[in-house]
Design a protein around this ligand. Structure first.
Ligand code: DGL
Length: 243
């Protein structure tokens, strides 16, 4: 079974492409909404949560785990020996970028993603050196909690005026952010890249098409799934019975 894991809702936007690429596979989406947002926690707190959840996913039979969360990918130990294969969203997000090497790139992410510095490091490796970063401490939490769009817009505009940047390209280094991508596009009027449409090389097992959501079932989540998930799904049997 393939699983897709995010701190909460954001990875649902990245899930569509994985379902499209693997139509004959069983795919489990796990969003750890009980503990979201991850991005303002300490490295130690996140790493404990992530290791616990990876073990849980190994125990329910996951073979391949796409980490649809930049914050998790910023702290997880990819070299650790595990029973499942891990797939990294950060390197894939960066691979999409093909622009003049002198371009000014502005990366928005959670506090942990920005502090961990993987984006800057990997962009440097690809020859990009004019990079600035900014952490949006409230944004993932707002989206996770279905905050009023005008509150989100005001918050973002305050941040944009504060940083006063003139980028040529923006990277949304958090899988929650594409929900409000238009606000970035309208303000900056430059191309905006995100982690939504990524292809991962996963061995096919042909277990049969099934999309399962492992999250607390509630009305707001169902509305969100109806809006952003392009495929039929079922709730996983363990949803609402503890994590
Ligand atoms: N969606 C996550 C990411 O890509 C994290 C949001 C959060 O939990 O802070 O970074």
């Amino acid at each position: 079974m393939i699983a897709v894991y995010d701190s909460g809702l954001g990875g649902i936007l990245s899930l569509n492409k994985i379902i499209k690429d693997y139509p004959d596979e069983k795919i489990l989406y796990f969003g750890d909404s009980h503990n979201a947002p991850y991005g303002n926690k300490t490295f130690k707190e996140i790493s404990e949560l992530v290791e616990k959840n990876i073990t849980m996913l190994e125990n329910v039979g996951v073979n391949d785990l796409v980490l649809a969360c930049n914050t998790i990918c910023s702290i997880v130990d990819f070299d650790k020996k595990r029973r499942l294969n891990l797939y990294d969203i950060i390197s894939k997000t960066i691979e999409q970028i093909d622009i003049d090497k002198q371009a000014n790139i502005l990366v928005f992410g959670t506090m942990i993603t920005i502090e961990a510095g993987r984006y800057v490091e990997e962009l440097h490796k690809r020859g990009y050196h004019n990079i600035s970063t900014h952490h949006l401490d409230k944004l993932a939490g707002y989206i996770e909690n279905f905050e009023n769009p005008s509150v989100i817009k005001n918050y973002l505009y305050d941040e944009f005026y504060k940083i006063n940047a003139r980028p040529d390209l923006i990277i949304l280094a958090c899988t929650h952010y594409p929900v409000v991508e238009d606000i970035f596009k309208v303000f900056y009027e430059v191309p905006v890249f995100n982690s939504r449409d990524l292809h991962f090389e996963i061995n096919k097992r042909h277990e049969g098409h099934e999309v399962l959501i492992y999250m607390d079932k509630n009305e707001k989540l169902i509305k969100f799934l109806d809006k952003y998930l392009e495929y039929p799904y079922k709730f996983y049997e363990k949803s609402n019975s503890g994590f």
